[in-house]
Design a protein around this ligand. Sequence first.
Ligand SMILES: *Cc1c(COP(=O)(O)O)cnc(C)c1O
Length: 432
Amino acid sequence: MFLYSTHSPKTLVGLKEAVLRGLPQDNGLYMPQEIPVLPASFFEKLDEMSFQELAFEVSKCLLNGAIPEDDLREIIEASMTFDAPVVRVTDDIGMLELFHGPTLAFKDFGARFMARLMGYFVKDDKEDLYILVATSGDTGGAVASGFYKTPRIKVIVLYPSGKVSFLQEKQLTTLGENISALEIQGDFDACQALVKQAFLDEEVQNHLRLTSANSINIARLIPQMFYYFRAYQQLKAQHGKIVFCVPSGNLGNLTAGLIAKRMGLPIHHFIAATNLNDGVARYLQQGIFPEKATVPTISNAMDVSKPSNFVRMLDLYGGDWQAMKADISGFYYTDEETRQAIKRVEEEQTYLLDPHGAVGFLAMDAYLKTHPDVYGVVLGTAHPSKFLDVVEPVIGRAVEVPARLAELANREKDAKWMGTEFGEFKKHLLAL
Ligand SMILES: *Cc1c(COP(=O)(O)O)cnc(C)c1O
């Protein structure tokens, strides 16, 4: 498998370089040079495959020999340890529940696969690889959990003090081993600025082997294709035209779905659902991507005004808006509409949506009004118990927190307190 940068399509790198580097030097994003189509035999055998088997077949086809088959199988078996069921909400909408992993959000899929893949690439190296990750909450937890105890890899999580939830903080600060947390006296942007400065600092670069783990890494997109196949496998006997609705922020999830379709998965249509950070929805409707500042919403994992993976979407369609619009529709919703959807679906269908899934449900419901012949699958990106402060007042009762999240409450926090000056952070890194 070879990959090119969206900024210089002629320069190719191998999978190892793309994964360990994360971002190409020219600031584009890595894309697979070739997206192979799965053979008919794959679809003939699909019914008998376990989730791990189908993940193995899909990645084997895409990676095309970049990793020996036995090693790839091991990576899949170690990372894909929980399922992605489609659960009925209405007669024509199901939720693809992606929150059955350790941190209860779909980011577990990407983070766990990336961790195993990076671990595989550095396992015989003499030097440790340091992963710096700035988080506003969810990404850090998934990355920390994914890399926990990976030999040769150390993770440093920077999070904004007082701006992540109690349980999110516990997810970041209680693992120990190769995971350490820095509690920054600033906001998320300050955390991100520190990480960026570290990558630009020559002394730090000479002292530590650094990489990042954010959602632009191609290793996070690969496993996000697997669950589109898993959903199709569960639905294909009963439903013809399947439409996927993706609650979108940085557009990694949607991009993975588009690649799955290019690999031959018969997806009838996609929907990009956003909150008022609605750039991609407006682009799909009007052909222009509006320049706007990020606005805070209750579906905060989608509060992104300049989604990184949009470049990958443009690349897939050669910049052709009409062609993109033929495959993807865009919808956006306010917080008030989102709250009403949570309430209505809980009352009428006894299904509890999280705020991100609720945005997706609204968009799917709207699309079905003009396309009654399709079956809608909404990606359930997080468990509602991760957003108790939003969900409980809306439905007027307490929500049960799954044991694996609840038990974190009693663990002891271990984080190093740090200011927003780069000097202090640099000193910390140079002492490692
Ligand atoms: C990250 C996240 C999203 C957005 O996914 P993208 O791939 O960035 O578009 C949606 N919902 C939840 C709960 C998330 O954590």
